[in-house]
Design a protein around this ligand. Structure first.
Ligand code: OGA
Ligand code: NI
Length: 340
C-alpha cells in the first residue's frame, strides 16, 4: 500500500510499529569505526598496470573501493542526486501511481526491502528501474520530475561504460583475457535502485538496509556527498563506515564475481544505517549477468587437481534462490559450494 511509503508522511518522534529490531540485531553505532583506508583508485592514472594491480588488491581484501576521475562529470552526478531527491518529494498521489510491493515488477516505487515477506521493516523507500536496453524501459519510467528520464538515461549509459571498463580491468587483474568476465556474463541487464533514507527518530534501533551481499556482478554506488550511511564488514567482524568523497563512486563486487574468481575476490557484507539529523540519498547501479549465463569459477583459476570452490549454475537459478531468502541470512553463495 502506497501509504506505507516513509517519504510521504511527516517526521515522527518515535519509530512506528514494525521497525524496531530485537536487541541482538541492532546496528550498535557506537562500535562502528571510521575508515580512511577503503582503497581510492584514480582511473585517470597513466600507469594502467598500477591501476589494474590496485583494483586487484582491493577486490581480494575489501571487496570495496572508490574510484575518482572515472569519466562521469561532476555536473551529471549532481543532477542525478538532485532529480532523485526531487522524485521523493513529489506529492503522495503522484508517487502512489508507481507504488508496488511485487519484486518482479521492472519499474516500481517501494519501501523497506520486501514488505510482503519480512517481519521487521527497514527505514528506506526506493525506486527500482530496469535500465538496459534503455529504449525498452525508459518510456515507462517516471515522467515526473520532467527532467528525470533524460538525466537518468544519460547517467545509465555512462555508468554502463564505466562498469564494462572495470570488468575488463578485473579480468586482467585475475590474469584472464580482458574480455573474459564480460563474455561469461553475456548481454548484461542493468538495474538501478534510487534509495531514499529519511531522517529517522531512533536510528539505533533500525536499519536503512540490513546487512547483505549484492547478488549481481558489479555495483556502482553514487552516494550523497554530505551524509554517510554505508558500512562494510571487515574481517567478518568489524563494521567500517565508508565516508563519502565528493565526485567518487563506490564500487563493490557482487556474488557472481566471487564465484567467477573461485573465491579469490570478495562479495562482502554491507549495510546502510540511518540518522536523526539528515535525509540521505544513494543511487545504486547493478550490472547483472544475463539470466541464461552459466556462472562458475574460471578454469584457469582452479589449481591443478583441485575442485572448484563453487559449482556452476545459471544466473536465473541463483537469482531465484537469492530472492526466496531473507536478506541477512547466510551468504547465498554458500548454497552453491561444490559438494565433496
Ligand atoms: C544497495 C546498497 C547502500 C547504500 O542498494 O544494494 O547496498 O548506501 N546500498 O544505499
Ligand atoms: Ni548492496
Amino acid at each position: 500500500m502506497a501509504n506505507q511509503l516513509l517519504s510521504t508522511v511527516a517526521y515522527r518522534d518515535s519509530l512506528p510499529e514494525g521497525y524496531a529490531r530485537p536487541e541482538h540485531d541492532r546496528p550498535r553505532l557506537a562500535d562502528v569505526r571510521t575508515d580512511t583506508n577503503i582503497p581510492l583508485i584514480d582511473l585517470a592514472s597513466p600507469d594502467r598496470h598500477r591501476v589494474i594491480a590496485e583494483i586487484d588488491q582491493a577486490c581480494r581484501t575489501y571487496g570495496f573501493f572508490q574510484v575518482i576521475n572515472h569519466g562521469i562529470s561532476e555536473e551529471l552526478l549532481e543532477k542525478v542526486m538532485a532529480v532523485g531527491l526531487e522524485f521523493f518529494r513529489l506529492p503522495p498521489e503522484e508517487k502512489a501511481k508507481l507504488y508496488s510491493d511485487e519484486p518482479s515488477k521492472k519499474i516500481r516505487l517501494s519501501t523497506s526491502f520486501n514488505v510482503r515477506k519480512e517481519t521487521v521493516h527497514n527505514w528506506r523507500d526506493y525506486l527500482r528501474l530496469h535500465c538496459h536496453p534503455l529504449e525498452e524501459f525508459v518510456p515507462d519510467w517516471p515522467s515526473h520530475p520532467e527532467t528525470f528520464k533524460e538525466i537518468i538515461s544519460v547517467y545509465c549509459r555512462e555508468v554502463r561504460l564505466l562498469g564494462l571498463r572495470l570488468l575488463g580491468a578485473i579480468s586482467l587483474g585475475l590474469g584472464l583475457e580482458e574480455v573474459y568476465v564480460e563474455k561469461v556474463l553475456g548481454e548484461q541487464e542493468q538495474h538501478m535502485a534510487v534509495n531514499y533514507y529519511p531522517r529517522c527518530p531512533e536510528p539505533d534501533l533500525t536499519y536503512g538496509l540490513p546487512k547483505h551481499t549484492d547478488p549481481n556482478a558489479l555495483t556502482i554506488l553514487l552516494m550523497d556527498p554530505h551524509v554517510s550511511g554505508l558500512q562494510v564488514l571487515r574481517d567478518g567482524a568489524k563494521w567500517i563506515a565508508v565516508h563519502p568523497r565528493p565526485n567518487a563512486l563506490v564500487i563493490n563486487l557482487g556474488d557472481q564475481l566471487q564465484a567467477l574468481s573461485n573465491g579469490a575476490y570478495k562479495s562482502v557484507w554491507h549495510r546502510a544505517v540511518v540518522n536523526a539529523e539528515q535525509e540521505r540519498l544513494s543511487v545504486a547501479s547493478f550490472l547483472c549477468p544475463c539470466n541464461s549465463a552459466v556462472i562458475g569459477p574460471a578454469p584457469k583459476l582452479v589449481g591443478d587437481g583441485e575442485d572448484p570452490v563453487y559449482r556452476s549454475y545459471t544466473y536465473d537459478e541463483y537469482y531465484k534462490r537469492f530472492w526466496s531468502r531473507n536478506l541477512d541470512q547466510e551468504h547465498c553463495l554458500e548454497l552453491f559450494r561444490s559438494q565433496d
